[in-house]
Design a protein around this ligand. Structure first.
Ligand code: SF4
Ligand code: SF4
Length: 184
C-alpha cells in the first residue's frame, strides 16, 4: 500500500467527531483516548462469542481515526448494548455509549442495514416497527386483551402526529436517503 493510500484510510477528525457527538448524550466520553487495549471488553462481550464483533477493535478505530473501517462495517450492529463491557472497563470508558454514537454517525453517513431500513419504513408508514396482524390480534384476544393495543392502532388520528415527529427529528429523511443508498 502506498503512503497516500494509507493516509486516505485515516480521518484525523474522527476521534473528536465521536467525542463531540457522544458528549451530547453521555458522560466521560473523552476517556476513549485512554484505552490501553487490555481486551477486557471483548473478553466480556456476549455478542463477540457468537459473531465477528470485536468491541476493542472499534475503540481502537475511534482512537486512530479509522472512520470508514468503523462505520462501513455490518458487525457494528451486532452489539446488543448490554453494557457488560462498559461496567468492566478499567479505564472507565463508556464503551457502549461510544458504540451507539458511532452507529448514529454511520446512519448519518448513509450506512444502515437493509433490515433496519425496512423496520424504520414500517415505523414511518404505520407508527409501529411491528404492525399488528390477525395472528397477533387473535393472541391478544385469547389472553384477555383488547384486539388492538392503546397506540396508533386504536387512535389512527395520532399517526399524523407520529409522522410529524419523525419528519421534524430528521428520521424520515435519514431513512429515505439510506433506502436510496445515498452515502456521504
Ligand atoms: S476494556 Fe476498556 S481499556 Fe480495555 S480494551 Fe476495552 S475499552 Fe480499552
Ligand atoms: S454492550 Fe455491546 S460490545 Fe459491550 S459487552 Fe454488550 S454486546 Fe458486547
Amino acid at each position: 500500500m502506498s503512503a497516500s493510500q494509507l493516509i486516505k484510510k485515516f480521518d484525523i477528525d474522527f476521534t473528536q467527531e465521536v467525542i463531540d457527538y457522544a458528549s451530547k448524550f453521555f458522560e466521560d466520553v473523552e476517556n476513549v483516548r485512554s484505552c490501553i487495549q487490555c481486551a477486557t471488553c471483548t473478553g466480556s462481550c456476549p455478542s463477540g462469542r457468537e459473531t465477528a464483533w470485536r468491541v476493542r477493535k472499534l475503540i481502537r478505530q475511534v482512537q486512530l481515526g479509522l472512520k470508514n473501517a468503523a462505520i462501513r462495517n455490518d458487525v457494528l450492529w451486532d452489539c446488543t448494548t448490554c453494557y457488560t463491557c462498559q461496567e468492566r472497563c478499567p479505564r472507565l470508558i463508556p464503551i457502549t455509549d461510544i458504540v451507539r454514537a458511532v452507529r448514529n454517525i454511520a446512519v448519518r453517513n448513509g450506512f444502515m442495514l437493509p433490515r433496519h431500513v425496512q423496520v424504520a419504513g414500517l415505523m414511518i408508514k404505520h407508527g409501529h416497527a411491528v404492525p399488528i396482524n390477525d395472528e397477533v390480534k387473535a393472541v391478544r384476544k385469547e389472553i384477555g386483551l383488547s384486539e388492538l393495543p392503546p397506540t396508533v392502532h386504536s387512535y389512527p388520528d395520532a399517526l399524523g402526529e407520529v409522522k410529524k415527529l419523525l419528519d421534524e427529528t430528521g428520521f424520515t429523511k435519514l431513512v429515505e436517503e439510506a433506502s436510496k443508498g445515498v452515502q456521504k
